[in-house]
Design a protein around this ligand. Structure first.
Ligand code: SF4
Length: 940
């Protein structure tokens, strides 16, 4: 008897059409193929040609179908009709919505634009929204960086012109050892997964440093369960070992860093600790060829790391000299730091030795000649194949900026930044702090601000202070309290606005920022501030306008809602002016476009800003005759010109010989070209420009041609950050702009121009609250966005508090138990689960799973509301009182980054169980409740 093999169609046609766009289920920005059937999204897959993900798709990405069909989507503009917080709204037309917005915004622009605070969350259009805010004239604008990872970004830019993710990545093709610090699921999601696969297949070693062994740390070859907040000490201890063993790259340090720059050592002078400079302002080194002073970048100069210069009876030494003196100190010896870090001295030495072995004994050479900025020709590219990656885990501490600096300095001392096998920048980075704008804050009624809001300060003169010395910005960014707050401080806006400190505002305008829930510290307090009334019965924060695509918790606390689209229904540009999708070997940008048309009366927020900007007559948003300049965001993306030949998108611009990438004139068909190409544009970095980018004239010339900058700007890495010394000098009494007395000692201590480590435990009352409580972002959920996604909430519908064995046994916990967790600020009651691969004094949970009853169109008894919770209730934006009569901000004293991960708690078994506490009264849902089952059928 014979069998007939059944004929199976292994590639059934699943769609009528494929539309290629960019994913937005997290911030990673992979390319996706959206399969359409009967006009609806049927299936999403990764785009194999896309530079970010090369076809890889994660669980979140494929669940985009449920995001575009979520019952929680807002349907139309709304105005509040009940009390704030109640969730009672009435749907209105866009015309009415714009009229209300203009009636609030126009008077304050005419009288005092600083009465508007305009802050955006995790959007990817900051070069556009900041332009709008500039046109309005308010100094009060920023995005969410201040409560995310500004410490990492700012430390990277001040030190070397970029950090990780959008700025740089490990050299996945050559690295032989990767160390990740404090990384769970990361911003650079799919590329890290792909990279880990690549390097593990090659046998390279991955070391995960994290109190919690989950995600990437679970697949690392070695896990270091460090005590939270001590990463900087651990890094500086490894540096101590490397220096002692002579395993640092002296040649690299001499040529490409400020290690050989001479410091003024005239004790007590206003220049002490600043660079010795020539008459052109160039930092000076001793040239080994002549033994004489020379500008650091002079042709043929060979800087001497050990140089000294004697003048007026004073010997001036190099940065390198000071570094060796500091880091050779026994305070950084492994034995001195081991107990605090929770890592044995032997292990610290072993890891330092492994780094040294890979960097120097396993060095690689690429046969690629290149020429540096001093005119020196190099016949090859030498690689130190150790690399690092980190983001929020080491950033979100009050010592985070210095810790991130320490990590960048460690990489540089090994000679592994921008060398084969090390960390590589992604164009248009590297870009030093001096190439970025300074912050601007000059307010003129009825006119635009005097320049961009955010930037990099280089000394006291750049602070955003008013004439009387008070803060010019509502968030108090760029003040003596946090002089280098490059991303602003969104987390302080509501509490400052409520307190009227430094001044009162009239309208709070926010986008995509769930500030009454998971995006705020002190959530209960913020809810009170948003609903608080003065003695006349008026809200203390008079007007709140908010834009979101979904019925998030923040919607209920707003007066006017501008409903945004989902990511598959909108235009976006992932721009070189902003946060592009480049790779180390390629410059690239991308778009989103409406692969489906909205079936509701909603509008992309950026398009709404084009309308609103025109109605308010904002510069940049109206033509000379007063008519609307940009019909919508797509029109802006195509036609906006930032600098001659440079617009939001760099692909398919009009050149003399036709269409070209980089610089060029406006191309009305540009978006069509992107769509045709799969939603992105990419051009490869020339081979001889691919490494040593800050110093490599091949790269510099190419960068000018592409429009990243207008003239070549080679620079050296700043191991010693001179602007920090300028703030210290002010605190020592030099200069006209002086800090308040109570901040002097803190500035002197924390703004050290060479990385230091300091403990945050005393301020957080660690003697009474000995356990650190952390959150991590899960692989299948990105902040709150995915929590109402019908597929993803099946993976993370609730979140236990994970407890290490030691605490588990001390409390005789059993599976199914609940615990009371108490911090200096508050308490919560939550379910617990045992986890062995966890630092002994750390508990943790997934981020932003817990939901408010009534929000996100969920049932009131949804697991997110009964067994889900936030740690936010335990964290205050101010530190506990410490007896000096003041409450200090719970943030990094340099950048103002929110110190989420300094949270200290006590934990004990709870008799109460079954409902997480605090349990808030339900909000009324403006979009009703979702159906029990979300199902539909496409095709046969
Ligand atoms: S990693 Fe992020 S951008 Fe990429 S597919 Fe997943 S959710 Fe989308």
């Amino acid at each position: 008897m014979g069998f007939n093999q059944p004929v199976v169609d292994t590639s059934p046609k699943v769609s009528d059409e494929v539309r290629k766009t960019t994913c937005y289920m997290c911030a990673c920005r992979c390319g996706i193929n959206v399969h359409m059937k009967e006009g609806k999204v049927a299936y999403i897959e990764g785009n194999k040609d896309h530079p970010v993900n090369q076809g890889v798709l994660c669980a979140k990405g494929s669940a985009g179908i449920m995001q575009v069909n979520a019952p929680s989507r807002l349907r139309a503009p709304m105005k509040r009709v009940g009390e704030r917080g109640s969730g009672e709204f009435e749907e209105i037309t866009w015309e009415e919505a714009y009229d209300i917005a203009v009636s609030k915004l126009k008077p304050i622009r005419d009288e005092d634009p600083s009465k508007l605070a305009f802050f955006t969350g995790r959007d990817q259009s900051q070069s556009f929204t900041s332009l709008w805010a500039q046109g309005f004239g308010t100094p009060n604008y920023a995005a969410h960086g201040g409560f995310c990872s500004v410490n990492m970004a700012a430390a990277g830019i001040y030190t070397m012109g970029g950090a990780f993710w959008e700025f740089g990545q490990p050299d996945w093709d050559h690295t032989k050892m990767l160390m990740i610090f404090g990384v769970a699921e990361d911003h650079d999601s799919n590329p890290i997964k792909m990279g880990l696969g690549k390097i593990k297949a090659r046998g390279a070693k991955v070391v995960g440093v994290n109190p919690i062994r989950s995600g990437y740390n679970a697949v690392a070859d070695e896990w270091v369960g460090i005590t939270p907040g001590t990463d900087g000490l651990f890094i500086l201890s490894m540096l101590h070992c490397l220096i002692k063993a002579g395993k640092i790259d002296l040649d690299y340090l001499s040529q490409f860093t400020n290690a050989p720059v001479l410091l003024d050592e005239t004790g007590g002078s206003a220049e002490e600790g600043l660079f010795l400079k020539d008459k052109d302002g160039k930092a000076l080194v001793i040239d080994r060829n002549t033994g004489k002073l020379a500008p650091f970048d002079g042709k043929g100069v060979y800087p001497d790391l050990a140089g000294t210069h004697r003048k007026a009876g004073v010997t001036h030494r190099t940065v390198f000299h000071h570094m060796i003196e500091r880091y050779m100190s026994e305070e950084y010896a492994p034995e001195a730091v081991a107990e605090r870090c929770g890592i044995s001295a032997k292990r610290i030495r072993k890891l330092a030795a492994e780094l040294a072995d890979v960097a120097f004994n396993q060095a690689i050479e690429l046969d690629r000649p290149w020429t540096d900025f001093r005119g020196k020709k190099h016949d090859k590219m030498v690689g130190r194949p150790v690399s690092f990656h980190s983001m929020r885990g080491i950033s979100a501490h009050a010592n985070g900026f210095q810790t991130c600096r320490a990590l960048h300095v460690l990489q540089i001392m090994l000679g592994s930044v921008e060398t084969p096998g090390g960390m590589r920048f992604k164009p248009p980075y590297p870009k030093p702090a001096t190439a970025h704008p300074k912050p601007h804050c000059k307010v003129t009624p009825g006119a635009a601000l005097d320049g961009p809001h955010l930037g990099f300060t280089h000394g006291p003169d750049d602070l955003c202070l008013r004439e009387d010395g008070t803060a010019a910005r509502i968030d108090k960014a760029f003040t003596w309290e946090n002089p280098m707050s490059s991303h602003g401080m969104m987390h302080m806006v509501i509490s400052n606005a409520h307190a009227g400190d430094p001044y009162k505002i009239d309208t709070l305008f926010m986008y995509m920022a769930n500030m009454s829930w998971n995006s705020s510290m002190n959530t209960s307090g913020v809810i009170e501030m948003l609903t608080d009334k003065d003695e006349d019965g008026n809200y203390v924060i008079p007007n709140i306008i908010y834009s979101d695509a979904y019925s998030s918790e923040m919607v209920a606390y707003s007066d006017l809602i501008l409903p945004d689209t989902t990511y598959l229904e909108r235009h976006d540009c992932i721009s070189l002016l902003d946060r592009p999708i480049c790779e180390a070997d390629a410059v690239a940008d991308a778009i989103r476009w409406p692969v489906v048309e909205p079936d509701r009366d909603v509008k992309g927020f950026q398009s709404a800003l084009c309308d609103l900007g025109a109605r308010l007559g904002l510069p940049g948003f109206v033509n000379e005759d007063g008519s609307q300049k940009y019909e919508d965001y797509a029109d802006y993306i195509t036609n906006h010109i930032r600098r001659p030949g440079v617009g939001p998108l760099a692909g398919w611009r009009v050149g003399e010989d036709g269409l070209q990438g980089g610089r060029g004139e406006v191309n009305e068909a540009q978006l069509d070209a992107y769509i045709e190409n799969g939603g992105f544009w990419m051009e490869h970095v020339p081979e001889d420009a691919a490494y040593y980018k800050p110093f490599n004239m091949g790269y510099q010339d190419w960068a000018v041609k592409m429009g990243f900058f207008d003239a070549v700007q080679p620079y050296i890495f700043q191991l010693y950050v001179e602007p920090m010394r300028k703030f210290q000098l002010a605190a020592e009494g030099h200069g006209e702009r002086q800090p308040p007395e109570h901040l002097r000692e803190r500035i002197k201590h924390t703004l050290d121009p060479l990385p230091i480590w300091y403990s945050n435990e005393p301020e957080n009352l660690a003697d009474q609250y000995p356990v650190t409580a952390l959150t991590q972002r899960p692989m299948a959920m990105y902040h709150s966005w995915g929590s109402q996604n019908a597929w993803l909430r099946q993976i993370h519908g609730h979140n236990p508090l994970y407890v290490p064995t030691k605490i588990w046994e001390e409390n005789s916990f059993e599976e199914g138990d609940w615990a009371r967790v108490v911090s200096p600020h508050g308490e919560i009651v939550v379910p617990v689960a045992h986890m062995a691969a966890l630092n002994d004094n750390t508990v943790w949970t997934w981020n932003a799973i817990g939901k408010r009853k009534g929000a996100w169109a969920l049932e009131e008894n949804a697991p997110e509301t009964t067994k889900g919770f936030l740690l936010n209730h335990l964290i205050h934006e101010l530190l506990p009182a410490n007896g000096d009569g003041m409450r200090w901000a719970n943030s990094d004293p340099i950048t103002g980054q929110a110190a989420w991960f300094d949270l200290k708690v006590r934990i004990e078994k709870s008799d109460v169980a079954g409902q997480t506490l605090p349990d808030f009264a339900p909000q009324q849902s403006p979009v009703g409740k979702g159906p029990k089952d979300l199902a539909w059928k496409l095709g046969k």
